[in-house]
Design a protein around this ligand. Structure first.
Ligand code: CTP
Ligand code: MG
Length: 234
């Protein structure tokens, strides 16, 4: 069993980006975006697994080979929802011989600084679950169903969550296993899952550590994000 693996999630459609090709494959400074994350995680993780859509498997394999990274980088197919891509990646990791820890990262966060990866891995080893996050800058309001302010949570307790998110592999598998049972047996109780840590929060007793992220670690979501991402990758 390896020490720490990485899943680079690159199976999304990028609908908010409105580009012809999925955003994780856009070329920035001459390189497809997803490869930036792959290269950075190789310093910390083995294997690095790229999870992508079934029709992009051969393109991704080609790009990895032409970057000379074939040995430690694997590729597998993702799913329709982001959590299904994580789940497929975790199953594939088991087939690759498994790892004690796993870091899950959005390919769209190509500018992730190496220090953030290092901090998340260290806290994952220490606490079993860790997420990169930064304090929110704006004041955040909770709304009622009519669009009026319900209350204003104390900003000092609020964080914007990023990736990577790291877990003891056994822990995240157990959490996903319980979630999939709920999805099948009690779909009405299925929570809204927007990141991997929520699965651990909902289905285990383990507390997730909030680890210092970085404001430069933005996610390419809309075309307006592109100049900032490419600036950070120069
Ligand atoms: N992702 C994935 N599998 C999915 C959905 C998303 O691997 N079924 C990946 C994306 O490729 C991206 C990351 O998860 O790297 C974060 O998701 P997001 O920014 O929402 O990307 P998309 O879902 O592709 O974009 P959109 O929501 O605008 O369609
Ligand atoms: Mg999405």
């Amino acid at each position: 069993m390896k020490h720490a693996a990485a899943l680079i999630l690159a199976a999304g459609k990028g609908s908010r980006m409105h580009s012809d090709i999925p955003k994780q494959f856009l070329e920035v400074n001459g390189k497809p975006l997803f490869l930036y994350s792959v290269e950075k995680f190789l310093t910390f993780c083995d294997p690095v697994i790229v999870v992508t859509s079934a029709d992009a498997l051969s393109y991704v394999r080609e790009m990895i080979a032409s970057d000379g990274l074939s040995g430690r980088v694997q590729v597998c197919a993702g799913g329709r929802e982001r959590y299904e891509s994580s789940l497929n990646g975790l199953r594939f990791l088991a087939e690759c011989g498994d790892a004690e820890y796993v870091l899950i990262h959005d390919a769209a966060r190509a500018a992730v600084p190496g220090e953030v990866i290092g901090r998340v891995l260290a806290d994952t080893e220490k606490y079993g679950a860790s997420i990169a996050a930064v304090p929110v800058i704006d004041t955040v309001k909770a709304a009622d169903e009519n669009g009026f302010v319900k209350d204003t949570p104390d900003r000092r307790t609020l964080f914007s969550v990023q990736t990577p998110q790291g877990f003891r592999t056994e822990l995240i598998r157990e959490a996903f296993g319980k979630m999939m049972r709920v999805r099948t047996e009690h779909p009405e109780n299925m929570p809204v899952i927007t990141d991997d840590a929520s699965v651990v929060e909902c289905f285990t007793d383990v507390k997730v550590k909030i680890t210092e992220g970085d404001y430069r670690n933005i996610k390419l979501t809309t075309p307006e994000d592109l100049p900032r991402i490419s600036g950070a990758l120069k």
